[in-house]
Write a protein that binds this ligand. Structure first.
Ligand code: TYD
Ligand code: MG
Length: 465
């Protein structure tokens, strides 16, 4: 009988040790070690070469490798295609990650509909959907609701990855969906599905199959409470492309963000809206995030840019006297440290005393802002709340606030201003820029105020002319 041995594996980064550790020496997280059984069978499985993903080994000169025109195919969902850099690359392994309930299964199901309609070499593509989390009946119910019943879509409720491989041999799909990687398992590994060892081995197997048989594979992965892809960083290293589906699941809007792409850039984002008929593309999302109520103090509009998309976000702030010995700083939808930095600049350069004030800030609309050009709007929202002076709802703020209180230039100011103009905004407070650039800006019919320092921005932002 095989001797049963165990190892302790960090569920965050995959670090392995022979005994329990309270804190992982690799990723420094506490309480992440879980005991996993190592059987002799696993040794056999893991001793297989895992890097031979291309099947037959051959050496070629880079010049001699021919590019196939049909190497990419579109999903006909523009927002997804843009994020992928022009559609799926044949034989690539894509990880779609996101919170439970955000709409991953819905997005993939809608994608399969279009993929089944795609023809390569005059043959419609075949899709195999591994419903490891839900039953095929549940998927069918959702598909019916979304009016998706293509001829070439095959469903299986097989959760053992080795059996999935057998089914791939039979069906010979061009596109494979595994929903989700946390629910499938590899028979050779003794630990339960969802553990690091299982996730790693299953992904390895799928990677080999994807490359050998040129099957485009999408694996769905859940995100942990801390916001990491559950089971681990190791997954991110293995796959070709990682896409995050973000947003507040209780609100309508969702953002698709690429965080790794071996076949394109990671600058583009896609925007969707969850409706009764599934996910709907939002092609001009610019003003959807504004919930501004006129005449209320503590709100300012920021114009941010992600990839080629312009977004207008409403930043809200509430500043009030504290009942605690340490005043509270709460940031929802933007980076906490950025809030602290802006508060420090306001204290030092504007002379505010916020040491006895709680500061709560929130980005309306449920989408996070990541680009630093929202600093100026954040500062003005805080000032507006402190002084209880509402900012004109037709004013936008663009600019990063430096530690010296200077307003830093941000890229593509012209595009941002044009979008603001299109949406009916009348005034823009922007960083000071040189005359050459300004020439182009003068053609935009907006009242543009250029500011060098945060103090100037406050004067301009709070004035109602
Ligand atoms: P789902 O795709 O199952 O999320 P995930 O796979 O990421 O866990 O979808 C989750 C939510 O989307 C679900 O709570 C209901 C909602 N939804 C709609 O509002 N409209 C729809 O048409 C569908 C299919 C789902
Ligand atoms: Mg799901």
């Amino acid at each position: 009988m095989a001797k049963v041995k165990s190892k302790w594996v960090c569920q965050n980064c995959g670090y392995e040790t022979v005994s329990y550790l309270g804190r992982c020496p690799e990723c420094l997280q506490f309480g992440t070690f879980v005991e996993e059984i190592v059987s002799s069978v696993e040794k056999v499985v893991s001793s297989k070469p895992s890097n031979n993903v291309g099947g037959e080994i051959k050496i070629s000169k880079i010049k001699e490798i021919e590019l196939d025109e049909k190497v990419r195919f579109n999903t006909n969902i523009d927002e997804l295609d843009r994020v992928l850099g022009g559609g799926f690359v044949q034989g690539s392994l894509v990880l779609l990650a996101g919170d439970p309930g955000i709409g991953k299964s819905t997005l993939v199901l809608q994608t399969t509909k279009n993929i089944c309609e795609t023809k390569i070499n005059d043959k419609k593509l075949k899709v195999l959907y591994v419903c490891a989390e839900e039953s095929p009946l549940q998927v069918k119910l959702r598909a019916k609701r979304l009016d998706i019943e293509p001829e070439n879509l095959y469903l299986t409720n097989q959760t053992c990855i080795d059996e999935v491989i057998n089914q791939i041999e039979v069906i010979k799909p061009d596109f494979l969906v595994v929903d989700s990687i946390q629910s499938v398992f590899c028979a050779g590994i003794a630990s339960s599905s969802g553990s690091v060892s299982q996730i790693r081995e299953c992904t390895n197997v799928l990677m080999r199959i994807a490359k050998q048989k040129n099957i485009t594979t999408v694996i769905i992965g859940h995100v942990t409470k801390e916001g990491n892809i559950a089971g681990p960083k190791v997954l991110e290293h293995m796959v070709d492309c990682v896409i995050n589906f973000e947003g507040d699941k209780y609100k309508q809007y969702r953002i698709l963000r690429c965080i790794k792409n071996r076949f394109g850039t990671i600058s583009e984002v896609g925007v969707f809206k969850m409706e009764d008929c599934g996910l709907v593309e939002v092609n001009s999302p610019v003003n959807l995030l504004i919930e501004q109520s006129e005449g209320a103090s503590g709100s300012a509009i920021a114009v941010t840019l992600e990839g080629s998309r312009v977004f207008l976000h409403e930043i809200q702030a509430l500043v009030g006297s504290t009942n605690y010995s340490n005043p509270r700083r709460v940031a929802v939808g933007l980076e906490y440290n950025r809030l602290l930095q802006v508060i420090a600049v306001l204290e030092k350069k504007v002379g505010l005393n916020l040491s006895k004030q709680d500061v709560y800030v929130n980005v309306a609309g449920g989408l996070d802002v990541v680009e630093p050009s929202y600093d100026l709007a954040l500062s003005l929202a805080i000032i507006s709340s402190i002084r209880d002076i509402p900012i004109s709802p037709s004013t936008v703020f663009i600019g990063e606030v430096g530690l010296l209180g200077e307003i830093r230039y941000v890229e593509n100011i012209e595009r941002r201003l044009k979008e603001a103009k299109k949406l009916g905004f009348k005034k823009a407070i922007i960083p000071f820029i040189n005359e050459k650039v300004y020439k182009n800006l003068s053609s935009i019919d907006l009242q543009i105020k250029q500011v060098k320092k945060i103090t100037d921005a406050i004067v301009e932002g709070l004035s109602n002319d």
